[in-house]
Design a protein. Structure first.
Length: 190
């Protein structure tokens, strides 16, 4: 329990919003850990942090999405191919491209609000020269909405979440690691 208390105490630090910003930015480009994982500790530690943490996650995601878009637009042959090859496959990218051409804004919406890899679609949008302002606008609206819902739920049920985190920290941590591993494994098999 000392580790859980120490982690929650560190999450109360005002600079933790920058940590959330940075990790969410990275998630939008190459990480496979859902941003809600980064948002949970500070809000569970202090529910007054819900708004700044949600804003940090939304801004980090938008900046990361813009960077991924630029990678697809200008650096696809070098950085983009490396990212796609290491974190998905060129076949999945071709499928994403095909889906993007057919469904455009709907695909941005789906990747913005679900665990479907947003980074892959952001790179694809840049590669296809999808209108940048439309991509960023739809991403900003729906990624922010996703984080706002998560932030609200954590704020609303903060006391319960705090109790659950303190009581089941290790099983929750191991389950999150296992789920991330299964998700990555499934992506590699597809």
């Amino acid at each position: 329990m000392k580790l859980v208390d120490a982690l929650l105490k560190r999450a109360e630090h005002p600079a933790y919003a920058w940590v959330v910003f940075f990790l969410t930015l990275c998630e939008s480009i190459f990480l496979f850990i859902p941003p809600e994982v980064f948002m949970t500790p500070p809000i569970v530690a202090d529910k007054k942090r819900a708004v700044p943490i949600t804003v940090a996650a939304a801004l980090g995601s938008l900046v990361g999405g813009a960077i991924a878009y630029m990678i697809g637009c200008w650096l696809f042959d070098s950085v983009g191919v490396w990212l796609v090859s290491n974190f998905a496959s060129l076949e999945k990218f071709a499928l994403a491209q095909e889906m993007f051409v057919r469904h455009g804004v709907l695909i941005i919406f789906i990747t913005a609000v679900t665990p479907v890899p947003y980074k892959l679609m952001a790179i694809c949008a840049g590669f296809l020269h999808f209108p940048a302002l439309l991509f960023l606008g739809v991403s900003a609206i729906f990624r922010t909405l996703r984080f706002a819902v998560a932030g609200f739920l954590l704020w609303r049920f903060q006391a319960t979440a705090n109790t659950i985190v303190k009581k089941y920290f290790w099983p929750l941590t191991l389950a999150a690691i296992a789920l991330a591993g299964v998700g990555i494994g499934c992506m590699m098999l597809l």
